[in-house]
Structures are given as structure tokens and as C-alpha cells.
Design a protein around this ligand. Structure first.
Ligand SMILES: Cc1cc2nc3c(=O)[nH]c(=O)nc-3n(C[C@H](O)[C@H](O)[C@H](O)COP(=O)(O)OP(=O)(O)OC[C@H]3O[C@@H](n4cnc5c(N)ncnc54)[C@H](O)[C@@H]3O)c2cc1C
Length: 484
């Protein structure tokens, strides 16, 4: 080919947008006639608190393999490198003769700062550099109060943000992408070493299918059945009543606007309530990103400063071990912790109960639980996890007050009335009547041989609750302004 007739080359930097369809950065490169160099750079040390945990790494490995396969079938292999990002991208640019670089934005504070530096440096090198919104309905900074300040409370945020949600035309990826043969081919996904060893993730993959195809499959399943019972069923952990799209959304395997459009298109009078409730949950995801962008310090600091002097307890190694093993002796909490360990996911209702138990009955700082979730959840997401933990601990922007303490036994009776979820994950209790599964220590007469092997509760629910309320009262007294 005559070099002068070569198409211009653009690097498309894949990050948490591991999909081809509805990918604004890829679409921009393809639509402008560039030959595409798809690149993935592994540089967790640059991501601060957003550096992935172990379960995320296990998911990412599979998702990258899917993406690499889809790109290879289109004649443009994914080139995988280990960081640092800027030096790696510069080397790819130099060896391919690329004149442009496109990526979809991420919102974790350290990543945002790194990306800003990379953008500036590459522009100084003379490249065309553009970034896009590939993962949110609206940008976190585009919604603000009448005073020009960020929202701190969900309902007014939602009222203001919802009307800005726009459907976007689907972008279907062409069967072939214009390729560039120059430059290094990178390393195989496996060489990133993200696969856990030993392989504690094996049980995950009965429940999940990472990658773009798996994301669309999950959406189809949701639309075909689950959506119809969503508004009420979403609180029932024994049922598959939610979309289970969270890891797919986190890794950008499907665009939220595609999910929203599909759910909206399925709207009917009978489904209205379910569609609206689901949209609101996507709204919480948006709100979480709004908060993360405007208040990046809340990844590690209490949003509500009144909790800064709160008398949190330090977990003992024995307590930790029992939490990790799902042997706290509190059945709904253990069921959730074991579901998490086996599948890399925990039902939202149970996340709230586990979070409440750790931060209130045990009075652990929410950071302890947040870190555990970060390492074990396949959908670990800095915005959603931070919001979830600060909400449940009562320290958040728009949070459940600290004095609202979920009773795990009452929650189980209400949301798992037949004890099915508990029996599934805590089989020691499967042989006793449902009412005894919620709080076995209250029914010594109903226990069988196996259930007697189940441990006594790590903390008495009544005493833990009293101690938490006393700690709150003491903390409030300290925070009261003195009269002198
Ligand atoms: C302590 C705690 C920690 C959490 N950590 C995470 C996390 O790391 N990553 C994560 O994605 N979610 C987190 N959540 C929120 C929620 O539990 C999950 O998003 C939800 O369980 C995912 O299941 P789903 O996809 O079936 O949800 P669906 O009910 O089908 O909801 C659809 C989508 O909306 C979003 N969503 C739903 N609920 C929330 C919420 N409360 N906050 C923010 N977004 C929401 C998710 O992207 C979800 O995939 C946490 C919640 C709590 C209480």
C-alpha cells in the first residue's frame, strides 16, 4: 500500500468499557475513518482506591478474554500491556504512527487525575485526544442545585437528573474494523497474572458469564421474566428478582442507556411500577458517581463529619475469621457472607443487613466492611460501594440514620419468610423449621444434630443494639457545642 494512502491511526484505550457495541470511544474512531489500535494497559498502582480487588481481577481476566476474542474476529487484536499508562501509550503511539487517542472516562479520583495528566501530555505530543462518557446516563458534574452546588440528597438529585436522561442511538460495531499492523502485539491476558491462585473463584462461574455477550444475556433474562416482579421481588434474596447486571455495568460490558432503553421499551401499564423502580436504582448508581466526583475524599472519610470521633471498635482476629468464613452465628448475615464467598455477589437487601450488623451491632468502622466487599465482590465499584457503606453506617450524605439498626432475625422473617435463602447458604440450618432458622438460639427445642454445630452469635443482637445506641448518644454529647 502506498504509505500516503494509509488511513490515519487511532489508539482506542479500553478500560472499564469492555465492550464493542455502544462504545463512544470506539465509535468515534471508526466513524472518523481511523484504523484502530485497541489497547488495554494494566496499571493498578495508578488507580489509588480504585485499584481492583481480587474478585474483580478474576472477572476482568474473563471479560478481557471475551473482548480480545471479539476484536480478533474483526481483524483488530487487543494489545495488552503492563503500565505505566502514559509511557506505554506513548510507546504504542510511536510504533504505530497513531495521530489520535480515544477513551471512555472513568470517575475514580486517582484515575481521573491520572487521565487528566495523560491527556495533557499526549496533547503536548501533538495528538488528537478525546474522552467520552461511556458509562453514565449523565456526567456527574452536569447536575447541580439552583445554587450551583452538588446534590447531597438523592430525591432532589433524582428530580433534577432524571429529565436529563437521553436515549442514545444504538451503535452497532461493524463486522470488520480497519486495522493497523504496526507496533507491538502486547502480552496475552493470562500473562497479567490476574487469575486467583489457588482458584477460589471456580464456583463463581456457575452464576456468571463475564463479557459483552453475557451482559446482553443477563439483560434478556431480566426482560423476559424477572422485571415483572422487580418492585417487590427485589427485596427477596431467595428469588432471582433483580437484574444481576451490576458487574456487567461496572466493567462497562453494556451501556446503562442500552439497559434503560430496553427496560423502558418493555413498559406497559402492568409493568410501570417495576420499570420506574428499576430506573430509580440506576439513578442511585448515577447519584453514587455524582457524590464520588464531587466529594472524592469520602472514599475513606465520613461524609458526615459528626462521626469522625465515633467510638468504633477494632475487630479482633477471631471476629474477622468468623466474618470471612460466614460463621458469625447470625443466619441471615452468614448466608450473605457465604453467598458472597461462593458467587462474588451478595443480594442488596442482605448487603444492607450485613453492613448494619458490622457497623452497628459490632460497631466496626464502615471501612472494614467496605474493604472486604472491595476484595470479594465481582461488582466492586468505588462509587457504589462507598455510597452503600456510608449509607448503611449512617455516616453518608443521604443515609439511613445510625439509630436505625436492622435486626437480622426480623429482616430474615420479613424478606426470607420461608427461610429458603438461609437454608441454601447455611445448610446446617436447613433441617429445622423456618422460624428457627432466623434466630436458632431462640429455639433450642427445635434444633437438630446438624444445627447444633452452628455457632452461637458473635454478638447478642439486643446487647449489640444497646451498645451502638449508647455509643451514638456519647458521640452526640461530644459533638454538642459547649455553652462557654
Ligand atoms: C454495603 C453496600 C455495598 C454495596 N457495594 C456495591 C458495589 O461495590 N458495587 C455495586 O454495583 N453495587 C453495590 N451496592 C449496591 C447494590 O447492592 C448492588 O448494585 C445490587 O445488589 C446489584 O445487583 P443487581 O444488578 O441485581 O441490582 P438491580 O436491583 O437489578 O439494580 C440495577 C442496577 O442499579 C444499580 N444499583 C442498584 N442498587 C444500587 C444502590 N443501592 N446503589 C448504587 N447502585 C445501585 C446497580 O448498578 C445495579 O446493577 C452496595 C450496596 C450496599 C448496601
Amino acid at each position: 500500500m502506498n504509505p500516503s494512502s494509509r488511513p490515519p491511526v487511532a489508539v482506542v484505550w479500553f478500560r472499564n468499557d469492555l465492550r464493542l457495541a455502544d462504545n463512544p470511544a470506539l465509535a468515534a474512531a471508526v466513524d472518523a475513518g481511523y484504523a484502530v489500535v485497541p489497547v488495554y494497559v494494566h496499571a493498578p498502582e495508578e488507580e489509588g482506591a480504585g485499584a481492583p480487588g481480587a474478585a474483580s481481577d478474576a472477572w476482568r481476566t474473563r471479560s478481557l478474554q471475551q473482548l480480545a476474542g471479539s476484536l480478533a474476529r474483526r481483524g483488530t487484536p487487543l494489545r495488552i500491556f503492563k503500565g505505566p499508562a502514559l509511557a506505554t501509550l506513548r510507546a504504542v503511539v510511536a510504533s504505530t504512527g497513531a495521530s489520535a487517542m480515544f477513551w471512555n472516562r472513568r470517575y475514580e479520583p486517582a484515575v481521573e487525575a491520572r487521565d487528566a495528566r495523560v491527556k495533557l501530555a499526549l496533547r503536548e505530543d501533538g495528538l488528537t485526544v478525546r474522552s467520552f462518557n461511556g458509562s453514565l446516563m449523565v456526567e456527574p458534574w452536569s447536575v447541580e442545585t439552583g445554587q450551583g452546588t452538588p446534590y447531597r440528597v438523592f430525591t432532589p438529585y433524582w428530580r433534577s437528573a432524571r429529565p436529563r436522561w437521553r436515549e442514545r442511538e444504538p451503535w452497532h460495531v461493524p463486522d470488520r474494523l480497519l486495522a493497523c499492523d504496526e507496533g507491538p502485539s502486547g502480552i496475552p491476558v493470562a500473562a497479567l497474572g490476574l487469575q486467583p491462585s489457588p482458584r477460589w473463584d471456580r464456583t463463581f462461574w456457575d452464576a456468571w458469564n463475564p463479557g459483552e455477550a453475557g451482559a446482553h444475556e443477563a439483560l434478556e433474562i431480566f426482560l423476559e421474566g424477572t422485571l415483572d416482579g422487580y418492585a417487590d421481588g427485589r427485596d427477596r434474596p431467595a428469588q432471582t428478582s433483580t437484574s444481576r447486571l451490576s458487574p456487567h455495568l461496572h466493567f462497562g460490558e453494556i451501556a446503562p442507556w442500552r439497559i434503560h432503553a430496553a427496560v423502558h421499551a418493555a413498559r406497559s401499564t402492568a409493568r410501570e411500577r417495576h420499570v420506574d423502580t428499576f430506573a430509580k436504582e440506576l439513578g442511585w448508581r448515577e447519584f453514587a458517581h455524582h457524590l464520588l466526583h464531587h466529594f472524592p475524599e469520602t472514599v475513606s472519610a465520613n461524609f458526615n463529619k459528626r462521626f469522625d470521633g465515633f467510638p468504633w471498635q477494632t475487630p479482633s482476629s477471631e471476629q474477622w475469621r468468623r466474618v470471612e468464613e460466614g460463621r458469625t452465628g447470625i443466619p441471615l448475615v452468614d448466608a450473605g457472607l457465604r453467598e458472597l464467598w461462593h458467587t462474588g455477589w451478595m443480594h442488596n437487601r442482605v448487603r444492607m443487613v450485613v453492613g448494619s450488623c458490622l457497623t452497628k451491632h459490632l460497631r466496626w468502622h464502615w471501612q472494614h466492611g467496605a474493604r472486604w466487599f472491595w476484595d470479594t465482590l465481582v461488582d466492586a465499584d468505588l462509587a457504589n460501594n462507598t455510597l452503600g457503606w456510608q449509607w448503611v453506617a449512617g455516616t453518608g450524605a443521604d443515609a439511613a440514620p445510625y439509630f436505625r439498626i436492622f435486626n437480622p432475625a426480623t429482616q430474615a422473617a420479613r424478606f426470607d419468610p420461608d427461610g429458603i435463602y438461609i437454608a441454601r447458604w447455611v445448610p446446617e440450618l436447613a433441617g429445622i423449621p423456618a422460624k428457627a432458622r432466623f434466630a436458632p438460639w431462640q429455639h433450642p427445642d427445635l434444633l437438630d444434630e446438624r444445627s447444633r454445630t452452628y455457632p452461637a452469635p458473635l454478638v447478642s443482637l439486643a446487647e449489640g443494639r444497646e451498645a451502638a445506641l449508647a455509643a451514638l448518644a456519647a458521640s452526640a454529647r461530644r459533638n454538642r457545642p459547649s455553652r462557654s
